[in-house]
Structure formats: structure tokens, C-alpha cells
Design a protein around this ligand. Structure first.
Ligand code: PEP
Ligand code: MG
Length: 575
């Protein structure tokens, strides 16, 4: 039966493919077929992952001090025994060979089987050991996801559409290893980090569909129109043909935009605009360069900390940051310090303990409360700064005391490197995110003490309007054009200008081509967004005349009525 669902399109484009129902990312891994010729390679990948996990566990065991609790070593021994069991270390390889499936899938089949057997056990203690099986399998899957199979993209999940009730950012970041055609979820807001990641993957996606996960069945043919927020399940022949046509048109437009890659972003009146990229992982740099980004305006480092039990140490972080700095070849790379918390949990299974995580111990508050973690990250960033044009960006500042404490931490990290004669950029710039209304109102004070400002509109809107950015039930109220939001943005831009400091917007507003002119009219010259949006925004910049926009932007700002702003903006975009 064919039917249509409506949600909120958070990443444009049209995808047509088969539904794959997802309940939980780490254990609900993708299933795809491996061409026969690549099966031995896939088996090798599986065996390598098992060996890596065995080495890891053995090395943890060897590092245990004699006075470590006895439970710890028995816990590791249990995990090593589970890993060595034939059902996990041998049988999945046989499944890969007989079913031509990917290693993660084979392992998951075996795990499900084992868990089922454990559940039948009467003894409570033994039954609970199934958790250990799950943890061991998670470890192996984590390693496998870090080394994706070499199956050509067309032959794997290019036409798979993920259908989930919800996806956390930690779930979604794993999709960077596998190419899916689209994803749709029942819940979620347009600027939730899950939606942001969909944009960064440049695949169509729709959130807030309410009941997609229960209505769609595995393997059904679906159309995802991310531009309109429409999903068609089991389309008839005519609808399918119509969407194939729309898909071609959309792709044609994207191709046209690609011609702008090397064109400088200069307005009609000669104003130069910097279009920078937002990235989550070092490999995103490839897309940033392909889109002609003039730097990285926001590197969300928290994704390096996700889906793992340990913290990345200084060396691992340093290598990741250095890689980005080197591949950007002297262009600015703005590394934001850890912004964990709220909807960005490190692990999808994290049980929330605070009542209101968006207002809790997140971002810089967490870093100042955990100085060791912060110190490690600052040292890693500083060390990497020797190899490129790195700047430091501090998230979620709300008062000057916090800022000063942070600057002291930066000095401390510098001093520790100096003592060890480790090189770093002495005059590295430190900027702050303006994303809490308090900071936007007091932007003058922040501009004086920082080297640059970056406006995080995603959180600024959330906190100004008291709308949870991840909650679809109030997403209709999440409005970037609310006069209060616009006033705070303008106030921040003006404060930076008065202090002679650079200011950018790195929230999703910067990547929305319908807002480019308004922001140009407010005086903004630095826009940071996901690479997929850069060319569409550049297209707007090239057609804009700043002096004329300034006049219209002022008029829009003077309007206190939210309903009048939308038509005024439309007029501005047509002028
Ligand atoms: C923002 O809040 O606008 C921002 C860029 O940061 P994040 O989306 O990572 O919270
Ligand atoms: Mg933010």
C-alpha cells in the first residue's frame, strides 16, 4: 500500500531506496552484500578486528598494577574468554563466507544468538553475563567501523534509507563510515546535532515524522524528499517517475553550483566574504576543500570523544588536529574545545542524570570542572598549531570570570609546553562562541578580551526563545527570525566591529541561503557552515549588493512583529 508522511526536511535532496529499520546504531549495524571476490578481504577485516580487540584487552591486563582491584582483572579475563569463544571469533567468518555479508552484520547475528541463549538461563548472575557479550561485541564493531570494508559504494548501501525512531549524534557520526542514501526519524529538531550531521553527510533527511519507525517495514521502497520534508512509501509507477525527474533536476542544479567552486565570494559592490567550513572529523576536510572553503570556521572536536570508553589522549588529539591544520595548508582552522553535554552525549547509551542537560554542566563549564581533560586538549591543540593556522574557539561562555579562567588555562598549557621545549604558535588566537543570550547582550565585554567572536545561532535561538532545539513538539516555535534573536545577532556583530575583532556566524543560520542577504546587511563577513551549503550561499553572495541590503536589514530589525518579517525577507531576497 502506498502512503505519504510529512515531517521536517533538515537536509535537502531526493533519495529513492529501500528502508532499513534501525533501533540502535551501535548494535543495529548496517547489512550489505559483499561481492564474492572481496569476501576473503572481508574475512581478513573481521579477523584483524578480533586480533586488535584481543591485543587491547591484553595490554589493559598487563598494565594493571598489583594493587588494582581483583574484580578488574577478572572482568578483563572474562572478556578475553568471551572473545576467544568460537561463536564470536570463528563463526562470524563462516557467515561472511556463506552469506556474502559484511563483517559487522555477521558478528551481530552471532551476538543476537548468544544473547538469546543467555536470556534462557535461570541463574540471575549468569544471565547478566550477556552484558559482557554485548560489550565485547561492541568493542569489535567499534574497531570494524573505524576500518570500513572496501566494497565499492554502488554495491553497498548507496540505496539504503535508514528509518529510526531517534538517532543521537553519537549514532549518526558513525554513518560517516558508510554511505547511506538518506535517513528519516520520528523525532528531532531542525538544528539538533543529528540534523546537523545529516547536512554534513550531504544526504537528504527528514525528522519529526512521528510514526515512520512503526509504519514503514524493512525493505520497502521509499522516496525521501528532503527539500519538502515528504516521504512516500511504496510509490506507484507515476510517482516514482516524477521523483526520478525531480532528483535529476536537483542534481543538475548542484552540478551548476559546482562551477562556482573557485570563484571568489565577492558581492556586486566588491565586498569580500569568507565562506568557511564546519567539520566534525578530520576527513571532512576533503569536502571542505572541494567546496572551495576558505578555512575551517568550526571544528566540533567532541566527535573524537564519542562512542568509546576511553578518552582520546593528547597524542591522538594532536595527530587529528595536526592532520586538519596541515591539509588546510595555511588556511585558518578554528578548533572548538570540547562541547560535550546536552544532546551530545559521548555514548548513545549514556543515562542522563541531570534534569536539564542543556542548562547543565556542558561545554566550557564541563572543561573547567575537569581541568585535566581540558589541559590535555589545550596542549594537543597548541602542539598542532605549529603545523598550520590554528585558532582556539571556546564554546558556551556565559560570563567573564569563566573566560578569564579559560585564558589562564591556555597560558598554563603554553607554559607546560615551553618547559618541555615543544613548539607551538605563541600568539595563537583565542575566540569565544556567543551562543548564550547573556554573552550576546554583554558582547562588548567579551569582544574586548577575546581575539574573535563566533555566533552559535543554534544554541542562541534555543536559549533566547526557551525552545529545546531537539524537541519536535516545539520546533514550530524555533524561529531564527524572531526579533529578539536578530537583535542579539546584530548586537554581537556591532560589538565585534567596535572592538576591531573578527566575527562569524557558525550556527546553521550561516548555511541557509535565504538568510545570507539579511546577515550581509547586518555587517557579517564571515560565514561558517557545512561544506554542502557553501556553494549555494556563495551564489547568493555573488548576487548581493551590500549598501542596499543594509537599508533593508535595518527595516527588518525595526519590525517587532514576527509575522511581518518573513514577507520582508522574501522581498529582500528577490531584490
Ligand atoms: C551553535 O550552537 O550554533 C553551534 C554552532 O554549536 P553546536 O551546534 O555544536 O552547539
Ligand atoms: Mg552550540
Amino acid at each position: 500500500m502506498s502512503f505519504t508522511m510529512h515531517g521536517v526536511g533538515v537536509s535537502g535532496g531526493i533519495a529513492i531506496g529501500r528502508a532499513h529499520l534501525v533501533s540502535h546504531a551501535l548494535l543495529e549495524v548496517a547489512h550489505y552484500l559483499i561481492p564474492e571476490a572481496l569476501v576473503p578481504q572481508e574475512v581478513q577485516r573481521f579477523n584483524d578486528a578480533i586480533a586488535t580487540v584481543r591485543d587491547d584487552l591484553e595490554s589493559i591486563r598487563s598494565q594493571l598494577t598489583p594493587n588494582a582491584p581483583a574484580e578488574l582483572s577478572s572482568f578483563i579475563n572474562t572478556h578475553l574468554m568471551i572473545l576467544a569463544d568460537r561463536s564470536l571469533s570463528v563463526l562470524p567468518a563462516e557467515i561472511i563466507t556463506s552469506e556474502f555479508c559484511n563483517a559487522e552484520w555477521a558478528l551481530k547475528l552471532q551476538m543476537d544468538d548468544l544473547v538469546e541463549q543467555f536470556e534462557k538461563i535461570d541463574d540471575d548472575y549468569l544471565r547478566e553475563r550477556k552484558q559482557d557479550v554485548v560489550q565485547v561485541v561492541e568493542r569489535v564493531i567499534k574497531v570494524l567501523l573505524g576500518h570500513p570494508s572496501q566494497v565499492p559504494v554502488e554495491e553497498q548501501e548507496s540505496a539504503i534509507i535508514l528509518v529510526a525512531h531517534d538517532l543521537s549524534p553519537a549514532d549518526t557520526i558513525q554513518f560517516k563510515h558508510h554511505k547511506f542514501a538518506a535517513f528519516i526519524t520520528d523525532v528531532g529538531g531542525a538544528t539538533s546535532h543529528t540534523a546537523i550531521l545529516a547536512r554534513s553527510l550531504n544526504i537528504p533527511s527528514i525528522v519529526a515524522l512521528q510514526r515512520a519507525r512503526v509504519l514503514v517495514r524493512d525493505g520497502e521502497l521509499i522516496i525521501v524528499d528532503g527539500n519538502q520534508g515528504v516521504v512516500v512509501v511504496n510509490p506507484d509507477k507515476d510517482t516514482l517517475a516524477e521523483y526520478h525527474l525531480r532528483q535529476e533536476q536537483f542534481e543538475l542544479e548542484q552540478q551548476k553550483l559546482k562551477r562556482l567552486k573557485s570563484t571568489r565570494a565577492v558581492t556586486l559592490d566588491g565586498t569580500t566574504v569568507e565562506l568557511l567550513a564546519n567539520i566534525e572529523v578530520p576527513s571532512d576536510v576533503t569536502k571542505a576543500k572541494a567546496a572551495g572553503a576558505t578555512g575551517v570556521g568550526l571544528y566540533r572536536t567532541e566527535f573524537l570523544f564519542m562512542n568509546r570508553r576511553d578518552m582520546p589522549d593528547e597524542e591522538e588529539q594532536y595527530l587529528a588536529y595536526r592532520k586538519v591544520a596541515e591539509s588546510m595548508k595555511g588556511l585558518p582552522v578554528t578548533i572548538r574545545t570540547l562541547d560535550i553535554g546536552a544532546d551530545k552525549e559521548i555514548n548513545p547509551d549514556t543515562v542522563r542524570t541531570c534534569t536539564n542537560p542543556a542548562l547543565g554542566l556542558r561545554a566550557i563549564r564541563l572543561c573547567l570542572a575537569e581541568p585535566l581533560i581540558f589541559h590535555t586538549q589545550l596542549r594537543a591543540i597548541l602542539r598542532a598549531s605549529h603545523y598550520g593556522n590554528i585558532k582556539i574557539l571556546i564554546p558556551m561562555l556565559s560570563n567573564l570570570a569563566e573566560l578569564r579562567q579559560t585564558l589562564q588555562m591556555v597560558e598554563r598549557a603554553k607554559l607546560s609546553l615551553q618547559k618541555q621545549h615543544i613548539p607551538f604558535k605563541q600568539d595563537i588566537q583565542v575566540g569565544g562562541m556567543i551562543e548564550i543570550p547573556a554573552a550576546a547582550i554583554c558582547a562588548d565585554a567579551f569582544a574586548k578580551e577575546l581575539d574573535f567572536l563566533s555566533i552559535g545561532t543554534n544554541d542562541l535561538i534555543q536559549y533566547t526563545l526557551a525552545i529545546d532545539r531537539t524537541d519536535d513538539t516545539v520546533s514550530h516555535l524555533y524561529n531564527p527570525l524572531h526579533p529578539a534573536v536578530l537583535n542579539l545577532i546584530l548586537n554581537t556583530i556591532k560589538a565585534a566591529m567596535r572592538a576591531g575583532k573578527e566575527v562569524s556566524v557558525c550556527g546553521e543560520m550561516a548555511g541557509d541561503p535565504t538568510l545570507t542577504r539579511l546577515l550581509l546587511g547586518f555587517g557579517l563577513r564571515h560565514f561558517s557552515m557545512h561544506s554542502a551549503q557553501i556553494l549555494a550561499v556563495k551564489n547568493q553572495v555573488l548576487k548581493s549588493d551590500v549598501p542596499q541590503l543594509m537599508h533593508s536589514a535595518r527595516k527588518i530589525l525595526a519590525t517587532q512583529e514576527i509575522d511581518k518579517i518573513e514577507p520582508m525577507l522574501q522581498k529582500l531576497n528577490l531584490s
